[in-house]
Design a protein around this ligand. Structure first.
Ligand SMILES: [Zn+2]
Ligand SMILES: [Zn+2]
Length: 369
């Protein structure tokens, strides 16, 4: 018998008023957090404590965008480390490095974030924090100048007397369509994060993509001719740079992460709210990635199981690295893709000797337009 009269008791602890409904169950904040954290930490169990106390701990890198997903993931990982400490574990099983790519140096984001950056370090002080501008890709990936020159072709002149910020801006301005621009940005971002992780001695990047985002990435990836690299863009596994890429939020819908935010008041100081999608933007001006995200968010709300299935199916794909060359820009495979790792891409790139994959060639700047 419950000790007190409750209008709508939590279905787990039966002792507290429920505050939200998740997967048809009414739960209180504490039980909801436990449910969600379980889905994340059963994916992190592989990071076991070192056998000998003197062995190094796992070094994990979390890219933080100040969006809901990566901020919620940081909150969960922080809580897990706290739990380990409180259980008198000899040591934590991992150290967390938080990386912020300065939003002001990315396309289309002029939102000030200094306060959020200060707040996150104050609220979760146990971790190592770094922030780097987007154009620091030239420092972290030393051959990036050459890769870009080769990728853009002879019509594009890279002026080495300009600053890195100006050079990156010129390169991005040369890309004409919204889809290609978003596509190349995400390729560069991944490379920067991977290169930073390697230089900081991290073995794994923990990406904060929700199930909804992974489904959108999978659908957009296929549409953009990047089916071959879905295995490490969307699935847990080893990336072309030898680092492990993990997606610990893969069993949670975006809506559930928003619910998590609602029961963690401290996150309000960290999260920069998403701009609501504008109805005035013409669909043809949206990138495929944005279109897919909108589609998944609207349809996923109605049929969450379908979207979960997309992400789950992609996670079962096997990586095929059977001696194929990898793309100079994105690290994906160049040439035909064997086995079940995605769409079979044309061998045009291979026969023309291009060092870039089909997906990257499609996003190449069209200098003649
Ligand atoms: Zn409860
Ligand atoms: Zn590529």
């Amino acid at each position: 018998m419950p000790a007190k009269e409750l209008d709508s008791p939590c279905m787990d602890c039966k002792d507290t008023e429920s505050v939200l409904t998740v997967r048809r169950r009414q739960l209180c904040g504490a039980c909801f957090k436990r449910f969600v954290s379980y889905k994340v930490f059963r994916r992190m169990e592989k990071y076991k404590p070192p056998r000998n106390p003197q062995d190094p701990r796992h070094q994990l890198l979390l890219p933080l965008s100040f969006g809901v997903s990566s901020s919620v993931l940081l909150r969960m990982l922080d809580a897990e480390l706290e739990r380990q400490r409180s259980k008198n574990f000899a040591r934590n099983t991992f150290d967390l490095h938080v990386l912020v790519i300065e939003p002001s140096t990315m396309a289309g984001s002029s939102v000030p974030y200094d306060r959020n950056y200060e707040a996150v370090q104050k609220i979760f002080p146990q971790h190592t924090y770094s922030q780097v501008p987007f154009h620091s890709i030239f420092e972290y990936v030393p051959d990036m100048n050459e890769i870009m020159r080769e990728y853009t072709g002879p019509q594009f002149t890279d002026d080495s007397s300009r600053s890195n910020a100006e050079r990156l801006a010129a390169f991005r301005a040369a890309i004409s369509t919204a889809t290609s621009a978003t596509d190349v940005d995400s390729v560069l971002l991944t490379r920067l994060v991977a290169a930073f992780a390697k230089q900081s001695g991290c073995e794994t990047v923990l990406w904060g993509d929700s199930d909804s985002r992974l489904a959108a990435k999978a659908l957009a990836g296929v549409a953009k001719g990047r089916g071959a690299s879905l295995t490490w863009r969307v699935s847990d596994g080893v990336s072309p740079w030898g680092l492990q890429f993990d997606f610990p939020l893969r069993d949670l819908y975006k809506a559930e992460l928003i619910q998590y935010e609602s029961v963690c008041p401290e996150l309000a100081e960290i999260i920069i709210p998403d701009e609501p999608p504008s109805d005035n933007v013409l669909t043809k001006n949206l990138s495929i990635d944005e279109l897919m995200m909108r589609y998944v968010e609207t349809q996923g709300a109605k049929y969450p199981g379908v979207m979960a299935n997309v992400a789950r199916t992609v996670n079962k794909l096997e990586t095929s690295n059977s001696g194929n060359a990898s793309c100079g820009l994105c690290g994906g495979l160049v040439g035909n893709v064997k086995r079940n790792s995605g769409v079979t891409v044309s061998s045009q790139a291979e026969s023309s000797g291009s060092p870039f994959c089909y997906g990257c060639m499609r996003s190449r700047p069209e200098i003649n337009c």
